[in-house]
Design a protein around this ligand. Structure first.
Ligand code: 3Y8
Ligand code: NAP
Length: 248
């Protein structure tokens, strides 16, 4: 019998959750509990960490999970590593449902950097107006460059201003090109820092930057151990249906 664990937190995960619910496939949706009020899902939902690999392994066994779909964000590397390890040990089939990274077009002014520290280093020395579209977990490093004005887009209000000279926008996304064009123009943004998240939910700012001719510092995805990756909803449903047919 199929009983799937869907590790969520992205637009793709929400689309897959809807498809699983429509197909009446027994599945549980899992959030980390990073935000105060995550979007409701049409599946039974659990919120919070599992407690590392061991905790996830216990969960897989206790809940008799037959399939795991890792539809977390490409930058949610720890969760993905834990899922690979726990599923291997439990002998539970796992597939990543992941959108491909963005690829620059001829008009794009992108600088690719390997990580957050390199993104900080890639900013100019002279004061700039920087849109940090990277959430709130990775802001500390930018305090090393206090000469810039930072525009921060966060899901929930932070306890204190994370950077000396910053403006905070609270917004959950998915975002629109018109909305991001207005944001970049209103705040006179000169540089954008973003993760190479891929997908449609975060792409608007890159399209807006292209239209405005703004430079983008794009952070590469963290490396992950090898795993089966699907980027198409139908493929995931087939993967579930196929192995489910085999009674795996
Ligand atoms: C808690 C669930 C859906 C999913 C929506 C996608 C789209 C909007 C783009 C910008 C970039 C950023 C951030 C972002 C995007 C979608 C998707 C995506 C980027 C929610 C969500 C959770 C989170 C966690 C949150 C992180 C933060 C990252 C904001 C819900 C809304 C910047 C990633 O305050 C915090 O601690 C926020 C933490 C991880 C990155 C960071 O390091 O701060 N996402 N985002 C999930 C959980 O608890 O398991 O609250 O409803 C989901 C979405 N975020 O169903 O429509 O799929 O990419 N999320 C990045 O890409 O750089 C915003 O502003 O342009
Ligand atoms: P992370 O650094 O890879 O994970 C840190 C710990 O958070 C994990 O070890 C796990 O705790 C817990 N966790 C993460 N995702 C979980 C999930 N879906 N269900 C249950 N526990 C989870 O993760 P992150 O980058 O903080 O991302 C957290 C969530 O936000 C994920 O759902 C991700 O899809 C979503 N998100 C992240 C980004 C981003 O930029 N990172 C962007 C959009 C959405 P235990 O070890 O205790 O199990």
């Amino acid at each position: 019998m199929t009983r799937a664990l869907l590790l969520g937190g992205t637009t793709e995960a929400s689309l897959l959750a809807r498809r699983l619910a429509e197909a009446c496939i027994d599945a549980v949706f899992s959030y980390a509990g990073r935000t105060e009020a995550p979007v409701a899902q049409p599946l039974p939902t659990r919120i919070g960490g599992f407690g590392g690999v061991a905790g996830l392994l216990d969960y897989l066994r206790a809940e008799q999970i037959s399939h795991v779909i890792d539809a977390t964000h490409p930058f949610a590397a720890q969760m993905s590593r834990n899922a690979i390890a726990a599923c291997a040990e439990a002998g539970v089939p796992m597939v990543a449902f992941e959108r491909p990274g963005w690829i620059a077009g001829p008009q794009d002014r992108w600088t690719h950097v390997p990580d957050m520290d390199a993104a900080v280093a890639a900013l100019p020395d002279t004061p700039a107006r920087v849109f940090l579209a990277i959430g709130k977990q990775n802001l500390a490093g930018f305090a090393a460059e206090p000469q810039h004005h930072y525009l921060l887009r966060l899901v929930d209000a932070p306890q204190a201003a994370p950077l000396p000279d910053c403006t905070i926008i609270l917004s959950r996304g998915p975002f629109s090109v018109a909305g991001d064009l207005a944001l970049l123009t209103t705040h006179r943004i000169s540089h954008i820092v973003a993760k190479n998240a891929g997908g449609s939910g975060a792409e608007a700012k890159l399209v807006a930057a292209r239209d405005l001719g703004l430079p983008v510092i794009l952070i590469d995805r963290p490396a992950l151990p090898s795993r089966a990756v699907l980027s198409d909803l139908a493929q995931v449903m087939a993967w579930l249906g196929h192995t489910a047919d085999l009674g795996v």
